[in-house]
Design a protein around this ligand. Structure first.
Ligand SMILES: NC(=O)c1ccc[n+]([C@@H]2O[C@H](COP(=O)([O-])OP(=O)(O)OC[C@H]3O[C@@H](n4cnc5c(N)ncnc54)[C@H](OP(=O)(O)O)[C@@H]3O)[C@@H](O)[C@H]2O)c1
Length: 306
């Protein structure tokens, strides 16, 4: 699998998101959480996926538990990223929450500990003091952010007194804004953009249409899956289908290839089945040419700006 290297960390360009593991929002059920999820993790490792992303809030810790137990003795082959949800993120609380995540994951150290969202109440300097102490005692190997603006990313690094490895942000053909600011910052400063919802939560796979809505509430109430949005996306979805046919690939694979064609960027799609995981991992080696990339970028701007 093609890799991206940042600050000496080497990651497969396609990782695996595990929000789906046990989370009722996705409606995948207990059979998925108790069976398919572990098989997906095992197959991901075989295919060279090493970045696994979870969060303490996903299924209230269940995602971390499922991931940790599925990795089991193969833990050393994985780069485990998880997140603290910053409710009152005072240093002692952040420390306590990191230890709880490590316990659920069954690891001595968390490879990447990310702040899930910027706190509207607690200053970043306070939060960074907690992360600093976790870095210093080795509870976490790297610290990162999620959903931060570039300006706040930069200021948080000043407060921390060292670089933050990454910022995890929405980034896909359906939500392309990170290309304009997050990616240039990462490229210029040896940082990483971790693209979440890189398939627009399945929207870019072409599975859904006005007559075929996602079955789960999470996506049914998401305006992206509304009739107007699906209508507006026709040009984008047609471009994905055409380009996919040229590469004997799927629209989802082309959508992922577009994201990870950006420098210093990895994508962490979720997967409902092993087959989806396999397709997503294979997309790491799908090369779009310049004309294909530009056409998708134009269609994406037309959709997202409309
Ligand atoms: N930091 C944050 O605030 C934040 C927010 C959101 C997500 N995340 C992270 O990012 C990860 C991924 O984002 P996401 O789950 O929101 O969205 P996503 O990865 O864009 O979409 C995942 C969904 O797309 C469909 N899919 C996946 N692979 C496919 C394929 N090859 N062909 C067709 N359909 C496919 C599946 O749904 P169906 O088959 O059911 O359609 C799957 O559940 C999460 O698991 C989580 O780790 C982070």
């Amino acid at each position: 699998m093609r890799e991206v290297e940042v600050q000496g960390v080497r990651l497969g360009a396609v990782g695996l998101g595990t929000w789906q593991f046990g989370s009722f929002e996705w409606g995948y059920g207990d059979r998925y959480a108790g069976g398919e999820a572990a098989t997906i993790v095992a197959r991901a490792l075989e295919l060279g996926v090493n970045l696994f992303d979870s969060a303490e809030i996903y299924a209230f810790g269940r995602s971390e538990r499922i991931l940790g137990s599925a990795l089991g003795p193969n833990r050393s082959r994985a780069f485990i990223a998880t997140k603290v949800f910053p409710v009152l993120p005072l240093p002692a609380i952040v420390r306590w929450r990191a230890h709880a995540s490590a316990r659920r994951l069954g690891v001595d150290a968390i490879d990447l500990y990310q702040v899930h969202w910027p706190s509207p109440l607690v200053p970043d300097a306070t939060l960074m003091a907690g992360l600093r102490s976790l870095l210093e005692d080795g509870t976490i190997r790297h610290a990162g952010l999620s959903n931060y603006s570039v300006e706040r990313w930069r200021k948080s690094e000043q407060a921390l007194g060292r670089p933050l490895l990454s910022n995890q942000v929405p980034f896909s053909l359906a939500a392309p804004n990170a290309a304009a600011d997050q990616v240039p910052y990462a490229e210029a400063n040896d940082r990483l953009v971790i693209a979440y919802s890189p398939l627009g939560q399945g929207f870019l796979a072409g599975t859904y249409s006005a007559g075929r809505r996602p079955p789960d509430r999470l996506r049914r109430i998401n305006p992206r899956f509304s009739t107007g949005s699906l209508e507006r996306a026709k040009g984008l979805l047609a471009a994905l289908t055409e380009i996919a046919a040229r590469h004997s690939a799927s629209a989802a694979q082309v959508a992922l290839a577009w994201v990870i064609r950006h420098p210093n960027t990895v994508a962490i799609p979720g997967a409902r089945t092993v087959a989806q995981l396999e397709a997503n991992a294979a997309a790491a080696d799908l090369e779009l040419d310049g004309e294909e990339f530009q056409r998708l970028t134009r269609e994406s701007a037309a959709y997202a700006g409309g």
